[in-house]
Design a protein around this ligand. Structure first.
Ligand code: UD1
Length: 328
């Protein structure tokens, strides 16, 4: 049987990397994306592209009726800070979009779903590394929308025969190692894109949120996972569902944490430039350390992170920023 996948949000940052990985490995891909944050520039030339919105029920119905072996659901709002001031937007897009998708998949021949979830479902870590059995207690509305969809999905699996792999990403970073994806996220909120903008002089200085944490240099530490490693996990998840594998919820991280200052230092080394920065107070809601236990993904999907050292993460990001600058 031909391997075909519908990728909802396949023009976005993670979605475009997932599409490239699937096509590289011989899958046939249809992308549904409304281009609200995704970019035409990042569409794979061999993917079929349908411009449209997940909330357009008739369009979704028509696509799902075609019968996909897997649906990858990435399209969502994802800025934790913004979700606390605009919960209506996150309610409509993430919860509303998710509801339409579950209802329509339940009625269609496309029954296998790979869901883009987040470490934000755990909230403030009670112990490290975080495994999938850690209590879920999101500290922001964004994390709540992801957890809520996970729970709804489990009910639809039980009651309507959907099958799923939920992927809980830690801090996604990096760009395609072959330099094929160069469209950058607009108004990024995460550390590494902000470091890149500071290197390029596109912002005055980076603010380091706190240097009084209990870490090796006092700055916050996170588990940064290369987007190419994330992309491969989606392809393995699609294969797992194709082969009749069980429903799964797994962490995707590296088990290693890096501090803000380590990232600044490595970025300076790679670029040969200085990152202008100043240390300010802690950002509200930021935990000291976040770290994944990915043993379950390894056991069930045969997945291990391969490209998630700081060097490949930061050098691929730097190359994408330079290529983007050259294009504009
Ligand atoms: C954020 C989200 C989280 C989401 C994750 C992946 C919050 C509170 N959390 O995690 O829900 O799942 O992204 O998208 O928004 N930092 C600075 N200066 C900056 C920006 C960041 O020092 O200008 C520090 C932070 O304090 C943190 C680290 O860099 O220690 C990473 O921050 P960020 O990239 O925003 O990701 P998280 O906060 O870990």
């Amino acid at each position: 049987m031909e391997k075909n996948v519908l990728v909802i949000g396949g023009a976005g940052y993670i979605g475009s990397h997932v599409v490239f990985e699937l096509i590289d490995q011989g899958w046939r891909v249809t992308i549904l994306d409304n281009l609200s944050s995704g970019l035409r520039q990042n569409l794979h030339p061999q993917a079929r592209f349908v411009e449209g919105d997940l909330l357009d029920r008739a369009l979704l119905q028509e696509l799902l009726r075609e019968g996909y072996q897997s649906v990858v659901y990435l399209a969502a709002k994802k800025a934790a800070g913004e979700s606390m001031v605009k919960p209506e937007l996150y309610c409509q897009q993430n919860l509303g979009g998710g509801q339409v998708l579950l209802e329509e998949m339940a009625q269609s021949p496309s029954k296998n779903l790979i869901f883009s979830s987040t470490a934000a479902v755990y909230g403030n870590p009670q112990y490290l590394p975080l495994d999938e059995g850690h209590p879920t207690n999101p500290m922001n509305y964004y994390g709540y929308t992801k957890l809520s969809f996970e729970q709804n999905l489990a009910w639809f699996a039980q009651l309507k025969g959907l099958r799923f792999v939920v992927l809980r990403y830690f801090n996604a970073a990096g760009y395609d190692l072959r330099g094929r994806i160069t469209g950058l996220e607009q108004n990024p909120a995460n550390l590494i894109p902000l470091v890149m903008e500071a290197l390029l002089g596109e912002r005055d200085e980076l603010r380091v949120f706190g240097q009084d944490y209990n870490t090796k240099d006092g700055t916050g530490e996170r588990d940064y996972i290369h987007v190419t490693d994330l992309a491969r996990a989606h392809r393995l998840a699609a294969g797992h569902l194709n082969q009749g594998g069980e429903n799964l919820t797994v962490n995707l991280g590296t088990g290693a944490a890096h501090t803000v200052l380590e990232i600044i230092q490595e970025a300076e080394q790679i670029s040969g430039k200085k990152v202008p920065y100043k240390v300010v107070g802690r950002r509200e809601g930021d935990p000291c350390s976040v770290l994944a236990d990915y043993a379950l993904a390894q056991e069930k999907l045969g997945w291990v992170p391969k490209f998630s050292a700081l060097e490949p993460i930061l050098s691929s990001t730097w190359k994408a920023y330079l290529a983007n600058q050259a294009q504009s």
